[in-house]
Every structure is written in structure tokens, then in C-alpha cells.
Write a protein that binds this ligand. Structure first.
Ligand code: ISC
Length: 469
């Protein structure tokens, strides 16, 4: 691996962009003179035999990836970065994307979800967040799905060549250890806020309020963030591991996945600790499955998703009772939802309608959001917002950004975890629940990292292994 070869050739067949071909309609929120939109995107996807593990190819300091088990996409370089703010951030993104996609020249021999033109996206939780919401189109996208590997190049030959050089696989960087400490809103403050939320619910001012807190640490200069993402991907293979613009995490919750008219979602709400042995673990799952407090918490979340989804879909199907989902750190109550898209909405239109569900805000939505603003003294940024990707046809895959941390420009890394508060919630238990939810990201940052760090990932790590069904 001392002199790694680029994993793909520089394409000769992508014509340079035509500077005369200026889009007629400039999307809202984007200055008409934005140089990024001066030319249509030229996109070519080619099937390849195999590609080196995706995470060894991305930028160590700003990795771009969305993977689950062996499937996913990773990106290198930037063909286009669009920023959105305010209440219309997702609507504006949907409109901008429609126009960009309509304008693009796409040659895609693979035609799988994630091939062809794609944008990665990450959206702020709150309408008034100071954080930017983004859509990011890379220069090079590396993809793997159902045993098919592909490479997508976006832009002129020269643009792609520069990104291809950057995408040569490199060794994962040196081990680092980040001590994570409670943020300014510590566990005691959180417990007090939970007690206040319970009182608020008791007064009938809301039915469920999701409250979060933060932990913070400082990354060493030049820290290889692929190490963090790879650790999450191997430790939590059933979740979506994402790295988008410094937001890195492993989310078990699917906000919406849209593929050729089929919609799927996985709603999570209601949690309990894993047991310490097989018997106590089974008991924990059983207690969760029969806990009225957790069933109520879950019902709010499921109902909010179904109500929003029904505006866009027919044949909406979910089981009557949730199942228990086992993750390495926690049990969750989970409901899988399936539906048929009825109105041609893109996955960006859908996340605009669905966000925020009661899994991350509470119920009723407007009242819960007002209480979050009153009781949570920080900006959630992109935590609990949609994170994922959208393709040229509007299909896409969007997780809710949970179990994650945001890297800030000064090297601070801020992790977030929350819990749904209902009338029966007990403050200390909710503090303990947030601790469990911090575990994936905090363990990955704090623990002595595995032996293979500092060497390349094995050629087929767990998340890149062939599908086992
Ligand atoms: C808000 C979070 O989790 C949500 C998703 C699953 C279970 C939850 C719960 O049991 O409270 C939360 O609704 C978080 O992980 O920060």
C-alpha cells in the first residue's frame, strides 16, 4: 500500500462542460450568478469489478459517506455545494434539486439507487437554527449495492482528474483519543429539564417532548475522521453510518427511503438498556415490549409519520404493535412502514413533509417544538435532522441524524443524544437513556482504538462484505 494506485482511470469520454449552456431557471435561495450553477452537471456512471473499501477513499478530514452493511455511497471532491436556511430549507432544496437534475446530462449504465447524479444532504433540525443545511454533489461517487460496484464522475475531465487523485486509497491515520465531557447543559440540568417537561405534560401543554443534551471534546489537529466513521460502521453494521460535512454518526432510524415508487421508513421510539447476560437481555426486551410508557412514546412517533406520509402515499402499511430492535448499545421499540408513492414527490419533498416526527420533536409537533426551544438551551444544529442522499429522479435514502457528532471549525466535536419524555418519565432514567445513546459515538472517540488503526482497513471489512441476505 506504499504507492497506492488510483482505483479508477480518468475518464476520457466525459465532454467538458459547455460554458454557453447556462440554466434558465436559477433555484430559489441561490444567487443567479453562483458560479456553481453556470454549467449543467455532466455525469457518467460506470460499473467496475470492485472498489477498495469506500471509507479508505474519502477525505480523512472531511469524509463524505452514507453506508449500511455492504451497501452505500461515498464521495470525493465538490462539484456543487448548495446551502439552505430557515423554514423553507427542505422545500428550497427540493426545488433546486429538481432544476439541477433536469439540467444535468447523465449517462448511467448501472441504474441502481445511488448511481448516476446524486447529492448528499444534511438538514438542520430547527427552522431557526444558525446551522446551514446543505446539498453536496461530489466530483466522484463510489458506490456499492447488492454486489454491484460503480464509479460516478461528475464534471469536466480536469475536474474529475483532480478529485480522482485525491481519491487514491490512503492508510487510515494514527490513533487518537478524545475525552468527551458533558456540554454546558449537563446531566443535572438535563434531569431538571425533564422534570419540567413532565410537569408541562401534566398541565396538558404537550403530550410528548423530546429533550436532548450534548457532550463535547477536542479533536487533535489533522485527526483522520475516517477512523471514527469506520469504527461506527463496523460496530453498528445495521445502522446507517453517515459522514456529511462534519456530521458523523450511526443512525438506526430511517426517516424515508424512496425507490421507484416504493416508500419505506423505520420509526423508533421507546428504549431500554441491553441486559448484561442472555437472560437479563431477554427480560429487558420483554419489559420494553410491554411497557405502557414506551408503547405510548412509540405510538406518538408512528402516528406522526403515518399522518404526514398519507398526504403523499397510498397502501400505507405498518404492524399493529412495534417489534424490539436489538442494537449493540440499546433495545428500541421499532415499526417498519411501507407505502406506495402517490403524488410523485421527491425524497426531498418527503423529508420536508415528514420532519420533524414525534421521535425527535414530540407531540403535538408545534407545542413540542415550543417546549424544546424553552427547555433546551442550545441549537441542535443538524442533530435529529434528515441526513442522506437524493438521486436525479428524486429517489433517495434519508436517516434521522441520531447517535452522531458534529465537528466544528475549531476542532471541537459535539455529540448529541435525546429521549422522548412522556407523563410517566423519570428524570434519572432519561439521563441514563441519553448515556446509552451517546455510547456509539463516545466509545468510538474515547476508547483505545482497535489494533488495525494506522493500517489500511482489511480489504473486506464487515460493512463491505458480500450480502448475507
Ligand atoms: C432522540 C433520540 O432517539 C429517538 C429515537 C429512538 C428512541 C428514542 C427514545 O426512546 O426516546 C428517541 O425518540 C436520540 O437518539 O437522540
Amino acid at each position: 500500500m506504499s504507492d497506492p494506485q488510483p482505483p479508477f482511470d480518468i475518464p476520457q469520454s466525459i465532454p467538458p462542460a459547455d460554458p454557453q449552456n447556462v440554466p434558465q431557471n436559477v433555484p430559489p435561495g441561490i444567487p443567479p450568478t453562483a458560479p456553481d450553477l453556470a454549467t449543467p452537471l455532466t455525469v457518467k456512471t460506470t460499473r467496475v469489478d470492485d472498489i477498495t473499501p469506500l471509507l479508505t477513499l474519502v477525505d480523512p478530514e472531511n469524509p463524505l459517506a452514507f453506508v449500511r452493511r455492504n451497501d452505500g455511497i461515498a464521495g470525493v471532491g465538490t462539484a456543487l455545494r448548495l446551502e439552505f436556511h430557515g423554514a423553507s430549507r427542505m422545500r428550497d432544496a427540493a426545488e433546486a434539486w429538481r432544476r439541477i437534475a433536469a439540467n444535468a446530462e447523465v449517462d448511467d449504465e448501472v441504474r441502481l439507487g445511488g448511481s448516476g447524479l446524486v447529492a448528499f444532504g444534511s438538514f438542520a433540525f430547527a427552522d431557526d437554527s444558525a446551522d446551514t443545511s446543505i446539498l453536496l454533489v461530489p466530483r466522484v461517487v463510489l458506490g456499492h449495492r447488492d454486489g454491484v460496484h460503480w464509479i460516478t464522475r461528475i464534471g469536466s475531465v480536469d475536474d474529475v482528474a483532480a478529485a480522482a487523485e485525491q481519491a487514491a486509497p490512503t492508510l487510515l491515520g494514527a490513533e487518537y483519543h478524545v475525552a468527551m465531557k458533558p456540554g454546558a447543559f449537563g446531566p443535572d440540568d438535563y434531569a431538571a429539564a425533564v422534570a419540567e417537561a413532565v410537569a408541562t405534560i401534566g398541565r396538558g401543554e404537550a403530550s410528548k417532548i423530546v429533550l436532548a443534551r450534548t457532550m463535547e471534546g477536542k479533536l487533535p489537529e489533522g485527526a483522520d475522521l475516517r477512523v471514527l466513521a469506520a469504527d461506527l460502521a463496523t460496530g453498528y453494521p445495521d445502522t446507517y453510518t453517515f459522514a456529511v460535512d462534519g456530521l458523523i454518526g450511526s443512525s438506526p432510524e430511517t426517516l424515508i427511503r424512496s425507490e421507484k415508487g416504493e416508500l419505506t421508513a423505520r420509526v423508533l421510539a421507546g428504549s431500554s438498556a441491553r441486559g448484561t447476560d442472555a437472560a437479563s437481555d431477554a427480560t429487558a426486551a420483554l419489559e420494553l415490549a410491554t411497557s405502557q410508557k414506551d408503547l405510548d412514546e412509540h405510538a406518538f412517533a408512528l402516528r406522526s409519520l403515518l399522518l404526514s406520509l398519507e398526504r403523499h402515499a397510498t397502501d400505507v402499511v405498518s404492524a399493529e404493535t412495534p417489534f424490539t430492535l436489538k442494537l449493540p448499545n440499546v433495545w428500541h421499540l421499532a415499526s417498519d412502514v411501507r407505502a406506495r408513492l402517490a403524488d410523485g414527490a421527491s425524497s426531498l419533498d418527503l423529508i420536508d413533509s415528514l420532519h420533524p416526527t414525534a421521535a425527535v420533536a414530540g407531540s403535538p409537533t408545534r407545542d413540542a417544538l415550543a417546549q424544546i426551544q424553552r427547555l433546551e438551551p442550545f441549537d441542535r444544529g443538524r442533530y435529529a435532522g434528515p441526513v442522506g442522499w437524493v438521486g436525479a429522479d428524486g429517489d433517495g435514502e434519508w436517516a434521522i441524524a441520531l447517535r452522531c457528532a458534529q465537528v466544528l471549525p475549531d476542532g471541537t466535536i459535539r455529540a448529541f443524544a435525546g429521549a422522548g419524555i412522556v407523563s410517566e418519565s423519570v428524570p434519572e432514567r432519561e439521563v441514563a437513556e441519553t448515556k446509552m445513546k451517546f455510547k456509539p459515538i463516545v466509545d468510538a472517540l474515547e476508547r483505545a482504538l482497535p489494533d488495525d488503526v494506522g493500517r489500511p482497513l482489511p480489504s473486506r471489512p464487515a460493512w463491505a462484505a458480500p450480502s448475507v441476505g
